[in-house]
Design a protein around this ligand. Structure first.
Ligand code: TYM
Length: 332
């Protein structure tokens, strides 16, 4: 089976619908045909300030959401990044072959450092992408299913893998991003030209997987549309409606064209009502399952430990090879 790797940050209490559509849904279908590794990247999360107790809790909650959304921890390897020491260790080696300018060109770094200011921007934030490259390269992953915003990081990962292999001999598999074109970017409901993001200033336009169904419905009913009135997919001129149609189409597993047909001549209120039903119909049961899983944190922790052992057995072997290639003296 082809190796697959992906991960998410435990940086909020709940994942948002962009994470679900842009990543989780694809993970769920790909796990059946691939040897899949899915991590909860807590070491990435601490590149911006986190409350320690909350981070711990959000890490468990993120694991519960993976499982409730359909990631099977006996089929796939689902684990916490910091439980496998090799991630931080390989990241260090990759830092030594990454150019300062190269890392500085990452648009996510530029955005985040602009937001956090000179003193809030840490070396950790700068090195975020080399840690991400380590995640992927440790597992010889061939494909990496992510949303559009991660494309540049995967390009860098490819460059680093190739550079290392050229300099030190064939070591890493050069991975490829797997990005679903239509759903790779879900937009904020209040600001439909901006990516929906856990770190947005206002949460009014974010659909959280763990919101109560009534809250989700209310947010959808208040989504920004336009004054034109037609229910047609037009990303340029009707970004709000296009975003609602995209979400609807994925969540209901229906084509955009069939939705345009069904809603032809009807108002935005009808469209939103239909969408709210579909979204709460999917997220309602997921939410219930998450709450159940969180009722037994010891069992969840045990599962994560088991999966981390499985991950470490792969990662440690790759790390040892990389250490050897660069000339680090093996400890006998
Ligand atoms: P994170 O936690 O920011 O996002 C997790 C995944 O969700 C996707 N995503 C979206 N997709 C569509 N529309 C949106 N509005 C939206 N918002 C987020 C992201 O593209 C991502 O796939 N750096 C990664 C985490 C990571 C990783 C890795 C991923 C660490 N190591 C190794 C793959 C392989 C991130 O920021 O995830």
């Amino acid at each position: 089976k082809t190796r697959l790797y992906s991960g998410m940050q435990p940086s909020a209490e709940s994942l948002q619908i962009g994470n679900y559509i842009g990543a989780l849904l694809n993970w769920k279908s790909l796990q059946q045909t691939h040897d899949a590794f899915f991590s909860i990247v807590d070491l990435h999360a601490i590149t911006v300030a986190q409350d320690p107790a909350l981070l711990r809790e959000n890490t468990r909650r993120t694991a519960a959401q993976y499982i409730a959304a359909g990631i099977d921890p006996s089929e796939s390897t689902l684990y916490v990044q910091s439980h496998v020491a090799a991630h931080a260790q390989l990241a260090w080696v990759l830092n030594t072959i990454t150019g300062f300018g190269e890392a500085g060109r990452m648009t996510q770094f530029k955005d985040k450092s602009a937001r956090h200011g000179h003193d809030g921007t840490t070396v950790g934030l700068f090195a975020y992408p080399t840690l991400m490259a380590a995640d992927i390269l440790l597992y010889d992953a061939e494909i990496v299913p992510v949303g559009e915003d991660q494309r540049q990081h995967i390009e860098l990962t490819r460059d680093l893998a190739t550079r290392f292999n050229t300099r030190f001999g064939e070591t890493f598999v050069v991975p490829e991003a797997s990005i679903q074109k239509e759903t790779a970017k879900i937009y904020d409901l209040q600001n439909p030209t901006a990516k929906m993001s856990k770190s947005a200033e206002s949460h009014a336009g974010i659909i959280w997987m763990l919101d109560e169904p009534s809250v989700t419905a209310k947010k959808i009913m208040r989504a920004v549309t336009d004054a034109d009135g037609g229910i047609v997919f037009d990303r340029e001129n009707k970004p709000g409606v296009a975003n609602l149609l995209t979400i609807y189409s994925v969540m209901a597993e229906r084509s955009i064209a069939s939705l345009e047909d069904e809603y032809a001549g009807r108002g935005y209120g009808d469209l939103k009502k239909g969408l709210a039903e579909v979204v709460t119909g999917t997220f309602g049961p997921i939410r219930e399952r998450v709450l159940e899983l969180l009722d037994d944190p010891a069992e969840l922790d045990r599962l994560l430990a088991q999966n981390a052992d499985r991950a470490a057995s792969v990662a440690d072997a790759t790390l040892a090879k990389a250490y050897d290639r660069v000339g680090l003296l093996p400890r006998v």
